[in-house]
Write a protein that binds this ligand. Sequence first.
Ligand code: XMP
Length: 516
Amino acid sequence: MTEPVRPADPVLVVDFGAQYAQLIARRVREAHVYSEIVPHSLSAAEIAERSPRGIVLSGGPASVHVEGAPSIDPGVYELGVPILGICYGAQLLARDLGGEVARTGRGEYGRTDLDVVDQQVLFGPAQPSHQPVWMSHFDTITAPPAGATVTASTPDTPAAAFEDVDAKVYGVQFHPEVVHTPHGQEVLEHFLYDACGLAPGWTMTSIIETQVAAIRAQVGDGRAICGLSGGVDSAVAAALVHKAIGGQLTCVFVDTGLMRQGEGEQVVETFRRHQGIELIHVRAGDRFFEKLAGVTDPEDKRKAIGELFIRVFEDAAGGLSDAKYLVQGTLYPDVIESGTKDAAKIKSHHNVGGLPDDMDFELVEPLRALFKDEVRKVGTELGLPDEIVWRQPFPGPGLGVRIIGEVTPEKVAMLQRADAIVREEVKSAGLEREIWQAFAVLPDIRSVGVMGDERTYGHPIIIRAVTSEDAMTADWARLPYELLETMSGRIINEVAGINRVAYDVTSKPPGTIEWE
Ligand code: XMP
């Protein structure tokens, strides 16, 4: 696999194992400067090889005084590249460069008042001299690095910010990257624009141009295929590759029959009609239902769907025997080299769209350098509709894991209608972007009801709506009662066979987002 061409001269965010590194890298990009996360174990030579224009040392959970505390090759300080240390990173600078970090026992956590005492580079005239910042540290910098000037302080941290313009060393004890530091982004921008002399050139247009050039260089006049799932990542990857190589790209869309209402048609409409992409649409619903007949165990279902998906995809791709390249929508968070094992972001994804390793393709991964929010912006810029760009995460096995027990075409039709009502109502309540996922589940039980004067014995629908940042944890969404009432009324009136609606009030953990 070849690495995609990345923009030159990045700002490197050195990861000391906290969750903060990703957030810092995103904030740097929001300032339109390209950033990458690197582990702290890189040598100075390895850092120099990447020709950074600036280096940010992230926060970390550790104390610089603890044995085995993560550090950085001191050769990095000799590179002449501007360095900004944040929290743990600032303490490291103080410790390594002739300052002092003391265990005063007076840590600061949460909102703290900062006084700017000297305006050099990090604090500009537009910023108030007295401002709230967010702190989370135990040790305290009592003396800045030799030669640096203290430029801000708090009641408990005399050296809350220090700057040495000649040595290009900057440090802040607070976290400029979090929203609770309202002027934090300005501090970062002063570092990037003024200390590093960078221009805000990382824009959607430049991202698209860079990736289009990289794809052309990689694929040349070869032929590429891309499996579309209907999700944002594969959609944006396909649209980018199509922009680069046009008719040399063929997309394959396997319609498993387990997608949400209208989704299959929407994929075809968007890609074939609007984007003008050559698309092979495989209607494989019957094959999936046949394979799922009598299968009730959740893991058996996943396995059955996954295996058949690969077979169907291979059959379709087999007709394109000259295709040497396979486009995949891998994102940056999946490929970040983490600083420490403890912060390693491991998401074991039982993904159905995943293809076997032995398929003989060279991968084209144009989103490998992008965060999800950037992928969405690129998608919009490339003309993809909001329904795809802002689509909720949807499991690869589709409605197959939202129907408890055996999956039949009748149950899928019932669930599709109920699910469409849930999503329509969330959308018309204006809650679509606040809610991580909202959907319907069809359990394998029936209950007694009464409609008109008739006794009914029908299926319930369970509504599941959660808020989440990353799907690793989730909370049940506090949907307004009126909204639940509308959904319940509509589902019972509009979906034959359903006579009861329940709302799932379980967080993750202990529940999972999906029911299977
Ligand atoms: P759980 O149910 O594990 O789901 O809390 C976490 C997130 O992953 C999605 N999910 C899947 N995605 N293949 C996928 O591609 C799957 O088999 C699968 N199972 C769950 C789920 O929708 C949620 O966003």
